[in-house]
Design a protein around this ligand. Structure first.
Ligand code: TYD
Ligand code: MG
Length: 469
């Protein structure tokens, strides 16, 4: 009979604390400890030191170990395969996290449609929806086929039985938070339950060569029993992001044992499911209005792909002691820092303004290359000066007001050129742009503002891609 004990578990990092406290002692998260009842680990190995367990076997030279040559199964969704570096690896475990309603179920169903069409037997565990609901959605997405099997179950034992019976190539569990193991004392949905279920499924996948995909909900505040505590258990962690009010969806690999992370997949939510976005920069810039101060175009990098986004600022005079600083799609700390740099290094005081800055289209830009674009956007709005419509700006800004080079300059400039931009303000040491593009190199924030002011906008429409300047 296992002994029971009460622990306080952090839903951010999963560590256990004997006592409740307002802040997790391990990761420092606030209000993240939840009381749980757990069985104490069985009087662990009473084996004397020096004796190994049967399963481990002796140590062997790495040269005598055979590697798997299991090829990843392409999901047929190019944007997903790009992020997965080919597809789902047999025997691997993947966690797909994202806010509720972002499109996780839609994404996996579309991938399953392609996988089953390619002849792979797939199992979808519907732990949140009924089989009829899944069938209706599958019909809309064209995912109904003989090789797609469904089980509506919330008990771990039922899932294990279904996988053992069916031996599918791919098994999707939607969602891991809805699954529970009745043998455990803790409540369904608790950290202990989610972790135990995920652990069991990962073991099952490894043992049978099934690709296990687990869907996990995250909320903006970090979910209750969120997928965070599962990250170390699985091989791949995918994050599906986007603004629910916008159609654009971004898929990233946060962790990937079989390829590089940082690659971005781009989808658009349409009436017929998720569609790949062929020209994301064009889509993000489609509704750009010219002649408004504070709008600057930034060639950001997402993985190996450049993505042109529009950065906007607004400043309104305020009598508040602590003026408002609001950043959307940008790092709030970085905004405050750039305001401070502007004040000290360029003499532009924003102390009497509420400042709002945002990236258009629900995209999030966190790379330092956004610094210079943000600085010029702020300067443009304060000086009420329109930025030239075919200008792009990027570079890292230091506390001394110096402008530093960032990675992938040629690729950023080439993408900007493709979309009709013919001028760029960049760091002094940056590489050249494509022929026909005027690249203005600046060393400091002050010089960048002065250069921006010299480029008087003629307020004409942009020439088409590759067209005359
Ligand atoms: P869903 O995949 O259920 O999200 P999640 O599993 O992440 O909670 O999709 C949620 C939204 O997507 C829903 O509000 C409706 C929308 N949607 C479409 O716009 N088109 C479609 O073809 C589908 C299936 C969903
Ligand atoms: Mg869902």
């Amino acid at each position: 009979m296992p002994r029971l004990r009460t622990v306080h578990r952090c839903h951010e990092c999963g560590s256990a604390q004997p006592r409740w406290s307002g802040r997790c002692g391990a990761c420092g998260a606030w209000n993240s400890l939840i009381e749980e009842v757990e069985a104490t680990p069985a009087a662990a190995s009473s084996r004397p030191a020096g004796l190994r367990s049967e399963s481990a076997g002796p140590a062997v030279p790495i040269t005598s170990v055979e590697g798997h040559d299991d090829r990843p199964l392409p999901t047929g969704l190019d944007e997903l395969d790009r992020v997965l570096a080919g597809g789902l690896v047999p025997g691997s475990a993947t966690l797909l996290g994202g806010e509720p309603g972002i499109g996780k179920s839609t994404l996996v169903l579309q991938a399953l449609a392609n996988l089953t069409a390619a002849g792979h037997r797939c199992l979808l565990v519907a732990a949140e929806e009924s089989k009829a609901q899944v069938r209706m959605r599958a019909e809309r997405l064209g995912a109904v086929g003989d090789s797609l099997w469904l089980v509506a179950a919330t008990s771990l034992a039922d899932v294990t039985a279904a996988v053992t019976e069916l031996e599918p190539s791919v098994c999707v569990v939607d969602s891991i938070q809805a699954l529970y193991d009745p043998a455990l004392e803790s409540a369904p949905g608790s950290v202990a339950q989610v972790r135990a279920c995920a652990h069991e499924l990962v073991g099952l996948a490894k043992g049978r060569g099934t690709s296990m995909v687990m869907i996990g909900h995250v909320t903006k505040e970090g979910a209750l029993a969120g997928p965070r505590v599962l990250e170390h258990l699985v091989d791949t962690v995918l994050s599906f992001e986007g603004d629910r009010h916008h159609a654009l969806r971004l898929l990233r690999a946060v962790k990937h044992r079989f390829g590089p992370v940082g690659e971005l997949g781009l989808f658009e939510m349409t009436g017929a499911g998720l569609a790949p976005v062929a020209d994301p920069s064009g889509m993000l810039l489609a509704d750009r209005r010219f002649g408004v101060p504070g709008c600057v175009v930034l060639p950001a990098m997402e993985g190996s792909r450049p993505l042109l986004v529009e950065l906007q600022s607004l400043a309104t005079s305020t009598s508040l002691q602590m003026p408002r600083r609001s950043a959307q799609g940008l790092d709030g700390g970085r905004l405050s820092l750039m305001i401070a740099v502007l004040q000290r290094r360029a003499g532009l005081a924003l102390g009497t303004y509420d400042v709002y800055a945002s990236v258009v289209g629900g995209v999030r830009v966190t790379e330092p290359a956004a610094d210079l674009a943000l600085v010029l956007s702020l300067a443009s709005v304060v000086r009420d000066q329109v930025v030239h419509p075919d200008l792009v700006v990027f570079g890292e800004v230091g506390l001394g007001g110096e402008v530093r080079q960032v990675v992938h300059t040629p690729r950023r400039l080439a993408e900007a050129f493709r979309l009709g931009f013919r001028r760029a303000i960049v760091a002094g040491s940056s590489a050249d742009g494509p022929e026909g593009m005027s690249v203005y190199r600046v060393a400091s924030v002050g010089q960048a503002i002065e250069t921006m002011g010299r480029l008087r906008p003629g307020l004409r429409a942009l020439p088409g891609p590759g067209g005359p300047t």
